[in-house]
Write a protein that binds this ligand. Structure first.
Ligand SMILES: Cc1cc2nc3c(=O)[nH]c(=O)nc-3n(C[C@H](O)[C@H](O)[C@H](O)COP(=O)(O)O)c2cc1C
Ligand SMILES: [Fe+2]
Ligand SMILES: [Fe+2]
Length: 393
């Protein structure tokens, strides 16, 4: 059986959903699974736009066969070699022995690293601005280095005005029967799209901004990413989000309160800070680093203009879950934020000092002067420190 859908008269979705995937890329929890998108263009020639993860190989091969409806496959465009889009490339090449691979020069050595099959005789190399005419469809290739691998390229189809955007504009989460994004659902969809962007691509804001600048000159009706929904109506919403996210500017003036706690003392302080921030009219989000994966903190750090970190000192350093969170923020190149640090120790609070040192690697990070330490439990007479901290945000 198969499950294919037309996105235009001559472009067919042949991807599939994996709801058994709990952890994407061995790292990110995906409670709603993953969608691995792939598209077939049917014209005088047939062109497959990327393949899918091995988890959904069977459905994908059946979808592709059904979409081809007896025709042979002429080309596979490889926009990205990460195995979630290329694990089934070898299977496609074996099934369709006359299919040519269309990709850029950087991809070829990576393809050879992943696969032992003969590649050179089947590859047609394209570079920035090259056009592949396959009948009425003309595919123009747009290089997108480091969004988020070095070989990434996007493809623009002039006829149907489709931008095949590789991992850009994607999201975590399997599709719910709806291939096209319902713009009124973006408020909900955005939280996983943000967590996907910030964690997978977030570090490469400058490269994403460069691609957005190139995309601005294209007349786009449809954005077809490799994960998540296809965009037709309301695509300015995702484009606007990408503009904000890639610039490292906060999406909204609000406070992410990210805390860790062993015995509850730091947790209570985090909640008191959250209540006071809320009372001041800030949008607030509280995240416990032990119960929520680091990727949620990274997403919240991109969303809000201010971040409060509350953590115990453990063995003279930072509580390990908080240490992971801080390293993730630094590794993703967080910028342009005001950060307050509250550390806690029973005999010597040193976690705050270590966190400060970590953020020295980041650009435009202001650690607020009202950051403070407390011992074991915050006392009533110390509440003014919280007030001062919240006032200074
Ligand atoms: C394994 C372990 C190691 C700790 N190491 C330190 C330490 O090096 N310095 C310190 O001041 N407190 C240390 N503490 C005490 C914690 O900082 C303590 O949990 C905190 O003061 C109370 O905050 P909480 O209720 O949020 O956990 C340690 C606690 C644990 C469980
Ligand atoms: Fe990728
Ligand atoms: Fe991907």
């Amino acid at each position: 059986m198969f499950n294919i859908k037309n996105i235009t008269d001559s472009i067919i979705y042949v991807g599939a959903n994996d709801r058994k995937c709990d952890i994407f890329e061995g790292t990110y929890p995906v409670p709603d699974g993953m969608a691995y998108n792939s598209y077939l263009i049917k014209d005088e020639k047939t062109v497959l736009m990327d393949t899918v993860d091995k988890a959904v190989a069977e459905v994908f091969y059946d979808n592709l066969k059904a979409a081809l409806s007896g025709r042979d496959l002429d080309y596979v465009v490889v926009q990205h070699m990460e195995p979630d889009h290329s694990a089934t490339l070898a299977g496609v090449l074996l099934r369709y022995p006359s299919a040519k691979i269309v990709t850029n020069a950087k991809t070829v050595p990576i393809m050879k690293q992943f696969f032992d099959m003969e590649i050179d005789s089947r590859v047609e190399i394209v570079k920035e601005g090259d056009v592949l005419s396959v009948g009425s469809h003309e595919l123009t290739f747009v290089m997108a280095p480091m969004v988020h691998w070095p070989e990434v390229m996007l493809t623009y189809d002039k006829k149907d005005k489709v931008l095949f955007s590789a991992d850009a504009f994607g999201s975590f989460g399997a599709l719910n029967g709806n291939l096209f994004m319902d713009p009124s659902e973006y408020v909900t969809y955005k939280s996983e799209a943000r967590r996907y962007y910030t964690n997978i691509v977030g570090k490469y804001g400058a490269q994403v901004a460069a691609v957005l600048a190139k995309a601005a000159s294209l007349d786009i009706d449809i954005i077809a990413p490799l994960h998540g929904c296809v965009w037709r109506e309301g695509k300015e919403q995702i484009l606007d989000s990408y503009k904000a996210w890639s610039s490292f500017e906060a999406e909204e003036d609000g406070v992410a309160i990210i805390y860790g706690s062993v015995y509850g003392g730091s947790a209570l302080v985090a909640d008191i800070i959250a209540s006071k921030c809320d009372a001041k009219g800030y949008k607030t989000e509280v995240i416990d680093v032990t119960s929520k994966h680091t990727s949620y903190s990274v997403a919240a750090a991109w969303r809000y203009s201010k971040i409060v970190l509350v953590t115990p000192t453990i063995d003279g350093g930072v509580f390990s879950r908080m240490e992971n969170t801080v390293s993730a923020l630094v590794a993703h190149n967080l910028q342009k934020r005001k950060i307050a640090i509250v550390d806690n120790g029973t005999w010597a609070a040193t976690a705050g000092k270590a966190i400060r040192a970590s953020f020295e690697k980041c650009k435009d990070i202001e650690i607020v002067e009202t950051s403070f330490s407390f011992k074991s439990r915050l006392k009533q007479e110390e509440l003014s420190k919280v007030d001062e901290l919240v006032d200074s945000l």
